[in-house]
Design a protein around this ligand. Structure first.
Ligand SMILES: N[C@@H](CCC(=O)N[C@@H](CS)C(=O)NCC(=O)O)C(=O)O
Length: 203
C-alpha cells in the first residue's frame, strides 16, 4: 500500500517526531524542511494555525504531530510500532501521549514562550516557577513508570516512545532532567537508536 507522503517540518521541532516515525516505518517520503512556512497562508491550508508539522498522505492533509505519528503507524501495522485499537497496550499509548502533552509539554511550551518567544511586554515571569512545578510532577510520574518497564507500553520500543521521548528530550534541554536518573537513562536508550531524529538539545 504505497501512498505519496510529504512532511512539512523544521529542524528538531515537533516535526522530528514525525520524521523519526517515518524513518522507523521505512517509508519513502519527501521532507520539506522550511521554518519560514510558519504562519503563511500556504501552511494554513494544511495546519489552520500555520504551525509545523503538517503532512500530506495520499493527497489528504493532517496536522498535530501525535495524530500524524499514530495514524502512520496504524496505516502500517505490520511494522509493529503501535498496538491494535482495543488492546491494553494501545490504551497505554493513548494514556501516555495525552499525559505527556497535557501534563508536561504544555508547560514546557508555555515556559519557552514566556522566557523568550513572546515579545518582552507579553512575558510573565511569574508563570515560570509554576510551570516548573507542573513539569517536575509530570516527569516524576514517568520516572516511576520507567523504573518498572523499559518502554512506555511494555518491553518493546514503540511510537509512544517517539512521541513522549520528544517531550522528555525537551525537558532535558530545558534543564529539568538532572534529578531523574531513570528518565535520563531512558533518553540515552532512545538516542542510541540509529534513526533517532532529536539527539541535539532543542533550545
Ligand atoms: N501541538 C502541535 C504543536 C505545533 C507547534 O506549536 N509547532 C511549532 C514548532 S515545534 C510552531 O510551528 N510554532 C510556531 C508558532 O507557534 O507560531 C503539534 O504537536 O504538532
Amino acid at each position: 500500500m504505497d501512498r505519496l507522503i510529504t512532511l512539512y517540518g523544521t529542524g528538531t521541532t515537533r516535526s522530528s517526531r514525525c520524521r523519526w516515525t517515518l524513518l522507523e516505518l521505512g517509508l519513502d517520503f519527501d521532507y520539506v524542511d522550511n521554518g519560514s512556512l510558519i504562519g503563511t497562508a500556504e501552511l494554513k491550508k494544511m495546519q489552520p494555525l500555520g504551525k509545523l508539522p503538517a503532512i500530506i498522505i495520499g493527497g489528504e492533509s493532517l496536522f498535530e504531530s501525535t495524530a500524524i505519528c499514530t495514524y502512520l503507524c496504524d496505516l502500517y501495522p505490520k511494522k509493529n510500532l503501535i498496538a491494535s485499537v482495543g488492546s491494553r497496550e494501545r490504551a497505554l499509548h493513548e494514556q501516555w501521549c495525552s499525559f505527556a502533552l497535557t501534563e508536561i509539554e504544555g508547560y514546557l511550551w508555555s515556559s519557552s514562550k514566556h522566557k523568550s518567544l513572546y515579545p518582552a511586554e507579553k512575558r510573565v515571569a511569574a508563570v515560570l516557577p509554576i510551570n516548573t512545578e507542573e513539569i517536575i510532577a509530570g516527569l516524576a510520574v514517568l520516572e516511576d513508570t520507567l523504573n518498572e518497564t523499559p518502554y512506555l507500553t511494555g518491553s518493546n520500543f514503540s511510537v509512544t516512545d517517539i512521541i513522549v521521548g520528544f517531550t522528555v528530550n525537551w525537558a532535558r534541554s530545558a534543564g529539568h532532567l538532572e534529578t531523574f536518573p531513570v528518565l535520563s537513562a531512558y533518553l540515552e536508550r532512545l538516542h542510541e537508536r540509529e534513526l533517532c531524529t532529536f539527539k541535539q538539545n532543542l533550545i
